[in-house]
Design a protein. Structure first.
Length: 342
């Protein structure tokens, strides 16, 4: 049977904002990675690989592999995607607010209904839909005018409300269901707690810590790990010393990104002690590059593999860049403390 997605979801494809994003080659679908549906998870896939098929050198589990590049290496335009996969259950897009000119307010299913209603009443919504669960919402909105009024938040990829009830996506994947939802008007009901997206952004940005990701790019890691004296012992000490202190995924409501960063922080705390010991013995210091590689090596040992780890950030493997973010963050904090002690 012929499927015409444009007829099934006319409001989505006709939406002016979606049409503006359509030619950008950052579109794919979110699919099940791994052979076992119980243990696998959905993630944006390398759609070109899906269409071309596996090669002898492929080593990924299952028929699909995750998108590891944010360009036509793995992704395509919306028109190409619709033509290639007209029966796709969803469309995934990698949002880059600085070039796309829009952000997404992602309202979680557990968001209190009154707060969700307030968010749906925000003025200026360009596209609104239900989320994958059917109980949350995606609101595409113009990039807030006060985006650069908060330097600490300027390089954040996501700004989360402290309870996790909603977040503003700035540089992140968004999976579109294409199922529209009605939005309210500012005059409907009692006064909303946020008068505009700018108010909402300010509320989250004011509480945002200085972004580690903004300074992560300053740490140059090269393509291969350098020869680091005592590397094996330092990594082993970090893994063993942190084993009983690492938090569980359930402590972060199964948000793997937050959990992984927590694990990196715990590993790093143990790594610092081991580095200090070896630095004293060898009369040397460990650069930010050294620390990043050591942390990455430990992280690869303890974190379960997932499709996101095949992606790249700042031209390097995802986990290596997250390690650089953590190291940059900890060094920034140390510098701030030292300035405060003067």
């Amino acid at each position: 049977m012929t499927v015409d997605p444009l007829a099934l979801f006319p409001e989505f494809y006709a939406n002016p904002t979606i049409q503006t994003l359509a030619p950008v080659r950052r579109w794919t679908v979110s699919g099940q990675l791994g052979d076992d549906p119980a243990s696998g998870h959905k993630a944006p896939i390398d759609v070109r690989h899906l269409l071309e098929g596996c090669r002898p050198e492929c080593r990924h589990d299952g028929p699909l592999r995750g998108a590891f590049a944010l360009d036509s290496t793995c992704l395509m335009s919306l028109g190409e995607l619709v033509a290639a996969l007209p029966k796709a259950a969803n469309h995934a897009y990698y949002l880059q607010s600085h070039s796309d000119g829009v952000v997404v307010v992602d309202v979680e299913p557990d968001c209190p209904s009154d707060l969700a209603a307030d968010l749906l009443r925000l003025p200026g919504v360009l596209w609104a839909e239900t989320s994958m669960s059917g109980r949350g919402y995606h609101l595409v909105m113009p990039r807030p005018k006060n985006l650069h009024d908060f330097p600490h938040a300027a390089h954040k990829r996501v700004l989360r409300q402290r309870n996790g009830w909603f977040e503003i996506l700035l540089d992140h994947w968004i999976t579109f269901t294409r199922r529209p939802v009605e939005t309210g008007r500012a005059g409907d009901g009692p006064p909303a707690r946020f008068a505009s997206l700018e108010d909402l952004y300010a509320a989250l940005a004011e509480n945002a810590r200085a972004s580690a990701a903004g300074s992560a790019g300053e740490i140059v890691t090269d393509e291969e790990m350098p020869d680091i004296p005592g590397a094996h012992d330092i990594v082993a000490a970090a893994i063993a010393g942190s084993e009983d202190r690492r938090k569980d995924l359930s402590d972060f409501d199964h948000d793997r990104s937050r959990w992984e960063f927590s694990v990196l922080g715990t590993l790093y705390a143990e790594q610092v002690q081991a580095m200090n010991l070896h630095a004293g013995m060898r009369q040397r210091s460990y650069s930010a590059r050294d620390q990043t590689w050591l942390l990455y090596t430990a992280a690869v040992e303890v974190l379960p593999k997932r499709a996101k780890h095949t992606e790249t950030r700042n031209g390097r493997p995802y986990l290596l860049d997250r390690a650089a973010s953590l190291v940059a963050d900890r060094q920034t904090r140390a510098q701030e403390r030292s300035v405060g002690d003067v």
